[in-house]
Design a protein around this ligand. Structure first.
Ligand code: LLP
Length: 403
């Protein structure tokens, strides 16, 4: 990819996404499950750009959404409601109502109170709500604590006994239809065994439910597959799909998967330009024009992303790559070897396609970056850089005085 040309055409900071690689990752996952009916519901939270959603929708993907905003994005991008699922521990009545009115595939229930709420909304609308229950299997997924979701100490899902009670309640409700089971034990998962243990628990539940005449049609294995940021050892895709097929033996279900990072993570690059270099005592800093407001993963999860000076392979001396935001937490890398730079040099932060732009903010009143897609060798803008006027539009009408 000609990053130099893209940076000079669109400016920096700039997120670039390789759309061809995104469809390749989707196809890889879909192929892995070819022995069964499957539905890949891309986790919109990883990257919710409308053009990207449309691209994935065209390849056949559904959407895993956690807010009414994400459902609206998916629909707006042309993803069919029957391929949309709605998860999340705190759905509001209005969000549930919207989802039911759109006739999405299912609402994923995360507590008994939420189940009653969905039932009431369905009753009000005169509808039958299709649901699944998210099971918290109390399994340690062995990942960063912020993105670990499958232990009872985490807020997600319900324990297995509660799940059974909920399904039995649902069976007798006029307004609820149980069609799925769901699990998602965490993100950036590098070990297969915890996923296997969780799938086994949920598969056992699904078998018990079938014995109770509760017809489970969809088995959602969640998302969470890791990508290689530095030297992680990854789960082999064939091992992953084979494990799921093995654990689901005897169950006639459609497999649902909800990958986010796996599909888009490695297809994204954040382009940023060097502003200055400086040395405090012996400590070398390279200051670039992107910051933690554009890409917060290194600051929030201490995640190391590979960074390179475009076109240079030499290692150079130790330095930290930092942004202009007024916090010492505003860094992209600490103490890495990096070549000498000059103002205007292009720096590439790799693997920023997932949880990059979607977690960006206006901190320090910095506008959000431009986003660019590259497909079939051609580049195009898929959202422009945010302007000062964009940033103040919700506030400006409330001030008195000089404008
Ligand atoms: N399904 C559910 C219910 C989820 O909560 C998530 C992610 C996914 C699917 C997709 O997980 P993935 O395949 O992308 O790992 N901001 C963090 C990641 C937070 C993940 C939240 N849930 C990061 O930058 O690492």
């Amino acid at each position: 990819m000609d990053f130099e040309k893209i940076a000079s055409t669109y400016g920096t900071p700039c997120f670039v996404y390789d759309f061809d690689n995104i469809s390749k990752k989707y196809d890889e996952l879909k192929m892995a499950f070819k022995a069964r009916k499957s539905l890949v519901c891309y986790a919109v939270k990883a990257n919710s750009n409308l053009s990207l959603l449309q691209h994935l929708g065209n390849t056949g993907a559904g959407a895993d959404c956690v807010s009414v905003g994400e459902i609206r994005r998916a629909i707006c991008a042309g993803i069919k409601p029957y391929k949309i699922i709605f998860s999340g521990v705190g759905k509001k009545d209005s969000e549930i109502e919207f989802a039911l009115l759109q006739d999405i595939l299912l609402v994923n229930i995360e507590s008994s109170q939420e189940l009653i709420c969905v039932e009431q909304v369905a009753k009000k609308l005169g509808k039958k709500a299709r649901i699944s229950v998210r099971i918290n299997p109390n399994i340690d997924p062995k990942t960063h604590s912020y993105i670990s979701t499958g232990l009872h100490e985490n807020k997600f899902g319900v324990d297995i006994d509660e799940a059974k009670r909920l399904y039995i309640y649902v069976k007798s409700s006029k307004y609820l239809e149980p069609i799925g089971v769901h699990m998602h034990i965490g993100s950036q998962l590098t070990q297969l065994q915890p996923i296997r243990d969780a799938v086994a628990i949920v598969a056992n539940l699904a078998r018990n439910l079938k014995a109770l005449d509760i017809d489970i049609k969809f088995f959602d294995v969640g998302g969470g597959l890791a990508i290689k940021y530095t030297d992680e050892k990854l789960i082999n895709m064939t091992d992953y799909s084979q494990m799921i097929l093995d654990e689901l033996h005897g169950l006639d279900v459609t497999i649902v998967a909800e990958p986010g990072r796996y599909i888009v993570g490695q297809s994204g690059y954040l382009l940023t330009k060097v502003l200055y270099e400086k040395t405090n005592e012996s400590k070398r800093f390279v200051i670039v024009d992107a910051a933690m407001n554009d890409f917060i993963r290194p600051a929030l999860y201490q995640e190391a992303h590979k960074i390179n000076l475009y076109g240079k392979t030499t290692q150079g001396s130790l330095c930290s790559i930092v942004g202009p935001v007024c916090e010492s937490g505003d860094f992209f890398a600490k103490n890495i070897k990096f070549p000498a730079t000059k103002s205007g040099d292009l720096v590439i932060i790799n693997d920023t396609g997932a949880y990059g732009y979607t977690m960006s903010s206006n901190y320090n009143t910095r506008g959000k970056a431009v986003q660019v897609a590259v497909q079939g060798g051609a580049d195009r803008c898929i959202s422009r850089a945010e302007t000062f006027d964009d940033m103040i539009k919700l506030e400006i009408e409330f001030i008195k005085g000089v404008i």
